[in-house]
Design a protein around this ligand. Structure first.
Ligand code: ACO
Length: 360
């Protein structure tokens, strides 16, 4: 079986609470807490600096437009990239497992917004870990990225290809949102962070029991972003920017309905495949999309609330990073113990969703 033997996480030091967002856009702490459960989130130092300036700006829309057009204070190079967070989380997971990067046979990294359009962030992370021949695979699987990554790593290990794999989810999503009224539906939800886990093949009954993955490709426009995509020619142009096609788009109600439905289905599928019921699972660690989605799934499946680990209140939705961050925190808090049944589940852009059951 393939067991998680180390976890780690990293978030930027800059904390943005709902009150700061309320000074940038027409929203309130009450609205955000009631609809999402989020009280604060971590963002890159660049986003933080921008938000402080936006809060003071008399014309928010004009200021935000100037940032997208010219950068902040005439500077467009980032002070933090997604691989900075991926590296920190990976180093912590490796240390936690008592390993160095060279002990790992493969990296599986998931990220929505990479450092570069190419090579992918798994490659950049490998370089920053000073790895010169370890294969690095990258998934752009949105919020389901870590669950997909774990499943792929587990299957490669079951096939005997690798013995130790580092699985990472890392995001720097705050850098792509419009924090004025125009983008408020998404900007209050998403944030930055990274989480990582080391999977090791070991004899015995502990480890990943099964993974179940799905994608509905017909719904991809429900949560999408064109940014540098080839949906336009050329991929990045002034016109794309002027026509507001750089900004991520979300159909909030569709996401909500589909997320609740598919979370419930895939959890049921995962439990049935292993011949166990809700009551047998010691800890449910769901993608921290927003508290209302998690509560609706929990209520629908009759999951006792003390078996759900949630931290969306402190970090917001960190997409591919949210499951490994929550897993790491739950483990650190002693909420995941040897022999426990732990169920991970996620849903995100695509829509793609999946679940994994682990005997810890
Ligand atoms: N602050 C204040 N008002 C806002 C904000 C905001 N940040 N964002 C949107 N609104 C407004 C809308 O403009 C709309 O106004 P209108 O009625 O004048 O058109 C109104 O709020 C919508 O209000 P409600 O209908 O009460 O909101 P709803 O209950 O639909 O909640 C929400 C909206 C929170 C986006 C909900 O649809 C939702 O949770 N969707 C899921 C989105 C999600 O979690 N995405 C995560 C990404 S995918 C994933 O990780 C699974």
């Amino acid at each position: 079986m393939n067991r998680i033997v180390g976890t780690g996480m990293a978030v930027p030091p800059c904390v943005v609470d709902n009150h700061l967002l309320s000074r940038c856009m027409n929203t309130s702490d009450e609205w955000i807490v009631q609809r999402t459960g989020i009280r604060e989130r971590r963002v890159s130092p660049d986003t933080y600096r921008m938000l402080q300036r936006l809060a003071e700006a008399p014309d928010k829309a004009a200021f935000m437009k100037s940032v997208f057009a010219d950068g902040l204070d005439g500077k467009i190079d980032s002070s933090m990239t997604v691989s900075d967070l991926a590296l920190q989380a990976s180093e912590r997971a490796l240390e936690n497992a008592g390993l160095t990067a060279r002990d790992v046979d493969c990296l599986v990294v998931s990220s929505t917004v990479p450092d570069f359009a190419y090579p992918h962030p798994g490659c950049v992370l490998a370089g920053r870990l000073a790895l010169t021949s370890t294969p690095a695979i990258c998934l752009q699987q949105g919020c389901a990225g870590f669950v997909y990554g774990l499943a792929i790593a587990d299957q490669m290990m079951r096939g005997g290809m690798y013995r130790q794999v580092l699985v990472v989810g890392a995001e720097l999503l705050s850098t792509i949102f419009d924090y004025t009224d125009a983008g408020r539906d998404m900007a209050v939800l998403f944030a930055d962070g990274a989480g990582a886990a080391v999977l090791r093949a070991e004899p015995g009954p502990r480890g990943v029991l099964s993974s179940h993955l799905h994608t509905d490709g017909t719904t991809y426009e429900g949560l999408s972003g064109e940014i540098w995509g080839t949906s336009t020619y050329p991929p990045v142009s002034k016109r794309k920017f002027d026509e507001d096609r750089m900004r991520p788009r979300m159909n909030g109600r569709q996401v909500f309905v589909q997320a609740v439905r598919h979370f419930k289905e895939v959890v049921g599928e995962c439990l049935a495949a292993n011949g166990v019921g809700i009551g047998d699972v010691n800890r449910f660690i769901f993608h921290q999309a927003n508290m209302r989605i998690i509560e609706a799934v929990g209520e629908g499946l009759r999951i006792p609330s003390d078996r759900l680990y949630n931290n969306v209140e402190r970090y917001g939705n960190t997409a591919a990073a949210s499951v490994p961050i929550a897993l790491h925190e739950a483990r650190e808090a002693g909420l995941v113990k040897d022999g426990d049944l732990v169920l991970l589940a996620a849903f995100g852009t695509g829509f793609s969703w999946g679940a994994t059951l682990i005997r810890w």
